[in-house]
Ligand binder design. Structure first.
Ligand code: MIC
Ligand code: SF4
Length: 777
């Protein structure tokens, strides 16, 4: 079998096959029209504000929904309507987004949109077999997505074609554009100078239905990169360092704009890596100004016409020079990083912002008792699978035989797209990886999203892995809570896999080779872009029907994977009384805790079935256990979904209480729809992550925050709760919550919200979709 077939497998055939070649640029007309209107809009905004503009402001002002009324918007205050240029969805979130879109009653999507099948492929034996298995297992879901795409004019990327963000960067992202995507790492397209933002499916549904998209006008963080990356330092280390500085909450409500000589000296795909992982600091998105690296990347990926068009408006695709000269006058916060001095970092375990420079790993790991034997090194994912990343990793893999070394850890690769995979195979890189015993998985998320059938993971042994992905929350990759996952650049991950040791510092340390000699690894080197150009035989794209009106979308009524949606009930028009506390979650509660991925991904199109994972990862404050809460009806303890289903059956609503940055992580709206479906009425926390807060609002839930964070301590295990003030629910007007404790005492606390008038309408209607549905009917 040729290596490519072993590695890639065959693309399954769907409804209709259209040819795709890499010399084709999608949506050139759209891009040209964005560029055409940009100079005028930028000039108008500059005049309005009476000062030079950042790049972010230029892109935002060029994409206002009703351009007639630009104002000086309050950063972090004003909600503003935008008209994004396009929408991207991945299979795990597209199912819910499209189930909602089908209810909107529109014949076709209003803006160019795509679906990418990447999240549902389990990595086990290798790409070929894994892909075949996934297409069998998820045939129903893929058929659904393919036929909905075909019907509504959505471009469809088949399983195995690649990971959404890599495919978007290669095909759709363009400097100065604005897009939204149903995945938090949509921000990856900032590497090509876009404002690209992760959203829940309901937001995508609005934009595809031709409605405006709302965002709070962001604060702006400027990051000036001086110097030049060299030696072992990689673009990944920039964002690992930034995450260490800003933490998982530091970017909340902000757009991060990178600039400086260091930015210009970096590859476009490296910029993509930095923007991608900006999701891990909670940033709304990150972006870079248009430069030569982006032009080179556009040309290399067959988009010469877009590069030419962008060159025509180059000045508008960067901030005004005054901004770069005096950034602190224009950004709310400015951080400066000297790339010449940047050290490789490893972030983790269990959180992406715990940054340790590699030179400090020995002492830090010892002080914390982290296991230092590296069991597996994994490279790739949407974050780090560019040609440059792979070629630099290969330069290290080659040294294994050259220096008579032996790779100590297992080593795995998930290429980001078929185009990258095909090209790296052609250039002999896969063969080099093969020689060090690497396993090449399908062009898909795989281990990054817990779709990793890792042998022995069920034994839950304490162990360490290193990867070049972006998230490392507990259990994320292999379901084992005792896997310590560290995030690093593909180069460092490769070096650590060769060494088998987390504390190996390739800058200073040596390895003992098979002859017993101490050898040093040479620093990585590689090509930014393939010198022979990219190539691909079949990229895995399928264009939609020109007229999809006759296409039928089938959902079997007894399916366990797909379920058509019923509208949620509207608000009853009164205050809410007699609500039970479902859980008071302690500490970190990410979307992985609220609606776990991995084995649950298969239910992403079936709301009732996936609701059985509601909050099963959250830690109950009162007993420090996961998935064990007091059922106030029986007085006993039960699982979270079990308890909530009992409340639902009894017609009793409930409240979920959480800590800081609740809902951090993914864009998955299941984390909001599940509690809504099961009858939770309010989520009360110390603070929210942006996408999750919006998702809750969209689904007609109450997303509330403690006016006084110390009131978290007043919540008791068997509380019965009332929410007062809803009949006068208004922007900036807090609500009251009465906590009736089991001992007969009570506390009344003030709770804040960030609902604007429109969002209050969503709440009243029982969800935003009920409003769109009404406007169509
Ligand atoms: C992730 O990285 O967590 C995911 C899986 O890509 C999610 C989307 C999802 O939950 O489906 C994301 O980041 O939004
Ligand atoms: Fe897929 Fe991981 Fe990227 Fe999310 S972060 S899109 S799971 S590769």
């Amino acid at each position: 079998m040729p290596i490519s077939e072993k590695i890639r497998g065959k693309f399954p055939k769907f409804v209709e096959i259209a040819n795709y070649s890499i010399s084709m640029a999608f949506d050139l007309d759209l891009i040209q029209s964005v560029y055409q209107r940009m100079p005028e809009r930028v000039a108008a905004a500059r005049q309005l504000l009476g000062r030079p503009l950042t790049l972010t402001e230029k892109i935002l002002y060029s994409h206002l929904w009703d351009n007639a009324a630009p104002q000086s918007f309050g950063r972090g205050k004003d909600y503003v309507d935008f008209a994004p240029d396009r929408v991207a969805m991945q299979d795990a979130t597209a199912q819910m987004a499209l189930l909602q879109f089908m209810q909107a009653g529109r014949p076709k999507v209003a803006v160019p949109s795509t679906v990418h099948c990447d999240h549902l492929i389990t990595a086990k034996t290798g790409a070929g077999e894994d892909l075949t298995k996934a297409t069998q297992e998820s045939a129903e879901v893929y058929d659904f997505l393919a036929s909905v795409s075909n019907k509504y004019g959505i471009g469809f990327w088949k399983p195995g074609a690649g990971i959404i963000h890599q495919v978007v960067l290669e095909n759709y992202a363009f400097p100065g554009g604005m897009m939204i995507g149903t995945d938090s790492h949509t921000v990856n397209a900032g590497g090509l100078g876009m404002i690209a933002i992760g959203v829940g499916g309901a937001d995508a549904c609005d934009v595809m239905a031709g409605l405006p998209w709302e965002l709070k006008w962001p604060k702006l963080i400027g990051i000036k990169l001086t110097g030049k990356l060299n030696g072992w330092a990689a673009p990944k280390d920039v964002i690992l360092k930034v995450a260490g500085i800003l933490t998982v909450k530091g970017g909340t409500g902000a757009i991060v704009e990178y600039f400086g000589e260091g930015a210009n000296a970096m590859s476009c795909t490296g910029k993509g890596t930095i923007c991608n992982m900006g999701a891990e600091i909670g940033a709304t998105t990150s972006t870079f100004g248009y430069d030569d690296s982006m032009e080179r990347y556009l040309r290399a990926t067959g988009r010469e016409a877009i590069a030419d068009a962008a060159n025509g408006v180059r000045e508008h695709l960067n901030a005004d020079p005054e901004v770069y000269a005096n950034p602190s006058a224009y950004f709310d916060e400015v951080i400066e990083i000297n790339l010449s001095e940047l050290e490789p970092h490893l972030n983790g375990p269990f959180t992406p912002d715990l940054a340790t420079p590699i030179s400090k790993m020995k002492e830090t790991a010892a002080a914390n008792g982290w296991p230092t034997k590296v069991e597996v090194g994994l490279i790739g994912s949407c974050t780090n699978s560019s040609y440059e990343d792979i070629s630099r990793a290969v330069s290290l893999a080659k040294q294994v035989s050259q220096k008579n070394l032996k790779t100590k850890a297992e080593y795995m690769i998930t290429p980001g797209s078929e185009q990258v995979r095909y090209t790296i195979e052609r250039d002999g890189f896969l063969e080099v990886f093969d020689q060090i015993g690497a396993k090449v998985f399908a062009n898909a998320c795989g281990p990054c999203i817990g779709m990793w059938d890792r042998m022995g993971a069920e034994k839950q042994e304490k162990n360490t892995i290193v990867h070049s992905f972006n998230r490392n929350f507990a259990k994320r990759a292999d379901g084992n809570p005792n896997t310590y996952a560290f995030v690093g650049s593909p180069e460092l991950v490769t070096a650590l896999a060769i060494a088998g040791d987390l504390t190996f510092n390739p800058l200073t340390d040596t390895l003992l080779n098979e002859n017993g000699e101490a050898v040093k690894l040479d620093p990585p080197s590689g090509d930014e872009l393939p010198t022979r150009g990219f190539a691909v035989e079949d990229a895995g794209y399928q264009a939609p029907a020109v007229d999809g009106s006759q296409v039928e979308v089938k959902v079997a009524p007894n399916s366990s994977r797909l379920q058509l949606l019923d509208p949620f009930a509207a608000w009853e028009g009164t205050d809410l009384n007699n609500l039970k506390l479902l859980i008071k979650a302690k500490g970190k509660c990410t979307t992985d805790h609220i609606s776990m991925a991995g084995p649950w991904l298969k239910f992403r199109g079936h709301l009732d079935n996936i609701s059985n994972n509601l909050l099963i990862g959250a830690i109950n404050f009162f007993n420090e256990k996961a998935n064990e809460v007091k059922n106030q009806l029986t007085g006993g303890y039960d699982t979270v979904p079990g308890t909530q289903r009992a409340y639902k059956a009894a017609g009793i609503g409930s409240v979920v209480v959480g800590d800081e940055n609740y809902g951090e992580g993914s864009s998955r709206e299941h984390a909001a729809m599940e509690p809504r479906h099961l009858g939770v009425r309010a989520v009360l926390v110390k603070s929210f992550a942006r996408i999750h807060e919006t998702n809750l609002k969209k689904q007609g839930m109450l997303a509330l925050t403690f006016a006084d964070k110390a009131d978290y301590d007043k919540i008791q295990e068997a509380d019965t709760i009332s929410i007062l003030g809803l009949t006068e629910f208004a922007p900036n007007k807090p609500l009251q919550m009465v906590l009736n404790h089991a001992d007969g005492s009570s506390d009344t606390i003030t709770v804040n919200h960030s609902y604007n008038d429109q969002q209050i309408e969503w709440f009243k209607a029982g969800g935003a979709l009920n409003i769109i549905r009404k406007s169509v009917a």
